[in-house]
Design a protein. Structure first.
Lengths: 281, 254
């Protein structure tokens, strides 16, 4: 086989593989937009559901998902970053830190429904938060912790060693070194973890199933101890549990969920690129 | 020279990395306000010795130090030594220019900020003074808020020296400060060292024997962890007492 031909075949195969990866995304998007776009209206986005969810809007589900995602991120990011800083900067490599790292890797592999049961047991029942936004956000937060910790660890480890050395050589304490010479430079990477976590928290159904999600609750939550509807669960409900919901409402809901995740990601990406613009080495 | 004129003094200094002994019974007396050069082949322990003086070796796991090291008549390995104060007093310049990826000003005020040495209102004056001391002020006075990484390598290395000065250290440790610079920039940094030694005690590690000959007042030749010979630079280079020293400076090994 000539060099030219083998090169052409290799490139074609690589291109095909890429196409196969991209195609489903495009098709999913196309179908959801085609079938759901007709449902999107001011009324759909900003009013309460009516007639057993077959009409009206999905505002409570949109807001519920926003609250849950924000709550999860507010809980998981500070905790996860703190743990990552401890693991990278303080603990060195002893048995305890290896154990913790192993635990984190395993935590990432736990099925989401198990997190749901865990949240039910701990937050809903043991801490008596009941089925509430608080319980749901904490459960989602714990679910995304491994992502946050892992990416924060990678971000911290990728900060050049000499930033720390120089800072210490100038007489900065270890905490000052972390605070001023390491963390600021790890921020873009930490944000990446946050973005991944955001998307996951917004889309998961199982963890909120037992901890917060309301089947049908046509009013807005008043406090973090209230139940709320949420988009993924609402989508599940109107697709499988309630007969007679028009197709464009179901796909419209999916479209809103998708758009919400994309918007959250976009905001985080813009934020990250602004931090990254300052980083030059 | 009587006792007490020495800025840095080591007695029977042994340093171990785990089982490996990197410094063996080093007795060294570094006079104040002179440039002292440490020369010797790679792995002879000269950088290790330099990092004893600001205890940066402490960062490496499994390091053990025996013997005494006095700086300004203070035993810096005494229990309870405040490492942060020590490093304020003993500044360090590294092999590669390594400014923080911050502005010129923020690089210089970093030390002031962590030691809370001055109010923000004095920063302007202190930055100017530090930049003047390293002869960068005229070049950079209009670029103070640019990223330090946009400077030339020589300017970056000067900035790294300037970064140490606002802490008013007594000692400047320089670990092959010119090895990343071109010959002209190297000469400039050497001129700067001659100027700075009026106010600071400078210890420099160098691979470059011409540099040691040009820029230092005293030189110590190290080999396999031992300080073989320590004397005035002129003597070391013209009348070394040890055969090893002579072999090294005449280029027979190294």
């Amino acid at each position: 086989m000539s060099q030219r031909l083998s090169q052409w075949i290799a490139f074609s195969l690589l291109f095909l593989a890429t196409l196969v990866v991209v195609l489903p995304v495009v098709v999913i998007l196309a179908i959801i937009v085609a079938k759901g776009a007709s449902a999107i209206s001011w009324d759909f986005l900003f009013s309460m559901p009516r007639d057993g969810m077959s009409a009206g809007g999905i505002l409570p589900a949109i807001l519920g998902t926003l609250y849950l995602v924000l709550g999860a991120v507010l809980f998981a990011v500070p905790l996860g970053v703190a743990a990552a800083v401890y693991l990278v900067e303080y603990s060195g490599s002893n048995r305890f830190s290896r154990l913790v790292k192993l635990a984190i890797v395993n935590l990432a592999g736990v099925p989401s429904v198990v997190y749901g049961l865990f949240g039910l047991g701990i937050f809903v029942i043991f801490f008596r938060f009941g089925a509430s936004i608080l319980s749901g956000a904490l459960t989602l937060g714990i679910m995304i912790l491994p992502v946050i910790i892992t990416s924060a660890r990678e971000a911290l480890e990728s900060v050049p060693r000499h930033f720390r050395t120089v800072s210490l050589s100038l007489g900065a304490s270890r905490w000052q070194t972390i605070r001023h010479s390491v963390l600021p430079h790890a921020l873009p990477g930490i944000m990446t973890g946050m973005i991944l976590g955001l998307g996951r928290a917004a889309g998961e159904t199982a963890p909120i199933l037992f901890t917060v999600a309301a089947f049908y609750l046509p009013r807005l939550p008043q406090s973090i101890f209230d139940q709320t509807m949420a988009l993924p669960y609402h989508l599940y409900v109107i697709s499988t549990q309630v007969p007679g919901v028009p197709e464009n409402v179901r796909y419209g809901t999916a479209l809103v969920l998708l758009a919400l995740v994309l918007l959250l990601n976009l905001a985080a990406i813009i934020l990250r690129s602004r931090f990254r613009a300052r980083k030059k080495w | 020279m009587s006792m007490g004129d020495f800025c840095i003094e080591t007695r029977g200094l042994d340093l171990f990395y785990g089982d490996f002994q990197a410094l063996i019974a080093v007795d060294l007396q570094v006079p104040a306000r002179e440039v002292t050069a440490l020369i010797g082949p790679s792995g002879c322990g000269k950088s290790t010795l330099l990092r004893v003086f600001n205890r940066m070796n402490d960062l490496i796991e499994g390091v053990r130090v025996e013997g005494t090291v006095r700086i300004d008549n203070e035993d810096i390995y005494a229990p309870g030594t405040d490492l942060l104060r020590l490093r304020e007093k003993v500044g360090m310049v590294f092999q590669r220019p390594n400014p923080f990826p911050l502005s010129v000003v923020d690089n210089i005020t970093f030390g002031l900020a962590v030691h809370r040495l001055a109010g923000r209102r004095q920063y302007g004056d202190l930055v100017e003074q530090a930049l003047r001391d390293v002869l960068l002020w005229d070049d950079l006075k209009d670029r103070l808020h640019q990223s330090a990484l946009s400077l030339s390598l020589e300017q970056q290395q000067r900035l790294c020296i300037a970064r140490v000065l606002p802490l008013k250290p007594q000692v400047l440790l320089m670990d092959e400060p010119c090895s990343a610079l071109d010959p002209i920039a190297t000469l400039h940094i050497e001129d700067l060292m001659r100027k700075l030694k009026r106010d600071y005690t400078i210890v420099i590690v160098t691979h470059n024997m011409q540099q040691a000959a040009r820029a230092s007042d005293r030189a110590g030749f190290m080999y396999l962890g031992k300080l073989i010979e320590f004397d005035e630079t002129a003597r070391i280079f013209t009348h070394p007492r040890q055969e090893l020293t002579e072999n090294y400076i005449s280029g027979r090994f190294g």
